[in-house]
Structure formats: structure tokens, C-alpha cells
Design a protein around this ligand. Structure first.
Ligand code: BGC
Length: 235
């Protein structure tokens, strides 16, 4: 049982196409454990991913509630898409299944949305993109999230989507230099579309960004995906 709010610990989980990551946050959102990571099971079906989370959770010590960033559309805890995981996630009540497995309250949102919650300043129009297996996106106006913005699967150029042009498969195929040139074009296009005050670029491959970025574009570390977990419990 939790005696006072100050001692509430949140297990924050980030499910990616290549790794499942977890750490525990204190009530202020500061990490209190070392980040654990497991390879995303293949095939990445609900039961195998839930088991991986349970293994990570068992190594993270005490926690009272769980936040999860999921790489697909999530509505009321139900996963509606999972392009880089498995079709079995479509229509799956993930939030309930994980709560039953861990015996703790669980909240699940889109991974880019969670990353954004860990990054934004809360003022003006803030856009977040994540570069990893997939291409994630999140939009905030004065700190308020527009949930499940799936820009990754929208057309970007040459008939390809943002994810097809800038996801990990493309990066591995075309190499850093060409990928960075494409990213520069994407930034220019997004700037004109959203007229954002700030664009944040995160995700596992953000470390490979090698561009002179405008002042209103910031690179954020991948751990931000986990730090956003605390915001899911601010009602
Ligand atoms: C999914 C998004 C997700 C992104 C990054 C895309 O394929 O459709 O929901 O945010 O990958 O994981």
C-alpha cells in the first residue's frame, strides 16, 4: 500500500521495435533506478512482450503503478495499430492485460506521445518526432497533446512515407549521409506545415543526426521516452 503521495514510484516502460526499456521514476519524474533493456521478442506478440516487461519489472525493485509508451495507436488502453510489432496487437486490451500481469494500475499511450511529454516546455506549438525502427510524431499546443498523430505513415516524398524514407530500415540501406539529407528535407517540410515554436528530435537513431540544426530544433536523448511516463498520472 502507498502511505503518502511522495513515495509513489512509477515503472516507466518504452516498447520499441528493437528494444523494450524500463526504469522507475520518483514522484517528481526523476529516475531512481538504472534503465533495464531487453531485445524486443520476435515475433513481438502481446504475450511475449508482456512477459519481457514482467522480467524487466522484476529487476526494477518496488513500484506502485506503470506507464507504457507503445509504438502504435492507443485508445483507452487498447492498441489499434502496431506496424513494427505484430498484427495480434490490433484491438488488444493491453492496459488491462498488463495490469493483470503486474497487479498494478497501468496507463498506456503512444510512444512518441510519451516521449513528447518528457521533452516539451509546455508553451506554444511543440512538435516531436522520433527516429527509431519507426518514425514517431507528437504534437502539443501549450502543453496539451493531440493524441496519436501518425505522421510516420503519411506521404513525405517520392511516393514514400516519412517512415519509409527515415525509419531504421532506410537508414541501414542508404547510410548516414543520405539519411541526414532526407531528414533536413523533412524538417523543412514540417516547419512549413506546423510553424512550430520548437521541434524536438528523439528516438534511438537521433544520435546519428549530423546537421546544423536551426535554433528552434533540439535533439533529445532517448531516455526522454521513459521520463515522459510520470505525466500520464497528472490528472
Ligand atoms: C507507429 C507510431 C509510432 C512510431 C515510432 C510508427 O510505425 O505507427 O505509432 O509512434 O512508429 O515507434
Amino acid at each position: 500500500m502507498v502511505e503518502d503521495n511522495g513515495s509513489i514510484r512509477t515503472l516507466s516502460v518504452d516498447i520499441g521495435g528493437s528494444g523494450v526499456k524500463a526504469l522507475v521514476l520518483d514522484v517528481t519524474g526523476q529516475p531512481v533506478t538504472e534503465r533495464g533493456r531487453l531485445e524486443t521478442p520476435q515475433p513481438a506478440k502481446p504475450d511475449t512482450v508482456i512477459n519481457a516487461i514482467a522480467v524487466l519489472a522484476a529487476n526494477q525493485g518496488e513500484f506502485h503503478r506503470v506507464s507504457v509508451g507503445f509504438p502504435g495507436v492507443v485508445r483507452h488502453g487498447v492498441t489499434e495499430t502496431a506496424v513494427n510489432l505484430d498484427r495480434d496487437w490490433i484491438g488488444f486490451d493491453f492496459q488491462t492485460a498488463l495490469a493483470n500481469k503486474l497487479n498494478k494500475p497501468v496507463r498506456v499511450i503512444n510512444d512518441a506521445d510519451m516521449q513528447g511529454l518528457g521533452a516539451i516546455a509546455g508553451k506554444g506549438v511543440e512538435l516531436v518526432i522520433t527516429l527509431g525502427t519507426g518514425f514517431g510524431s507528437a504534437l502539443f499546443v501549450d502543453g496539451k497533446l493531440v493524441p496519436n498523430m501518425e505522421m510516420g505513415h503519411h506521404k513525405f516524398r517520392k511516393g514514400d512515407t516519412y517512415e519509409e524514407q527515415l525509419g531504421r530500415a532506410a537508414l541501414e540501406k542508404i547510410g548516414d549521409k543520405k539519411w541526414n539529407r532526407r531528414l533536413q528535407k523533412a524538417i523543412a517540410s514540417l516547419e512549413h506545415l506546423f510553424n512550430y515554436d520548437c521541434l524536438y528530435i528523439g528516438g534511438g537513431e537521433a544520435v546519428r543526426v549530423n546537421l546544423q540544426l536551426p535554433l528552434n530544433v533540439k535533439l533529445i536523448p532517448n531516455i526522454t521516452g521513459l521520463l515522459g511516463g510520470i505525466a500520464l498520472w497528472r490528472d
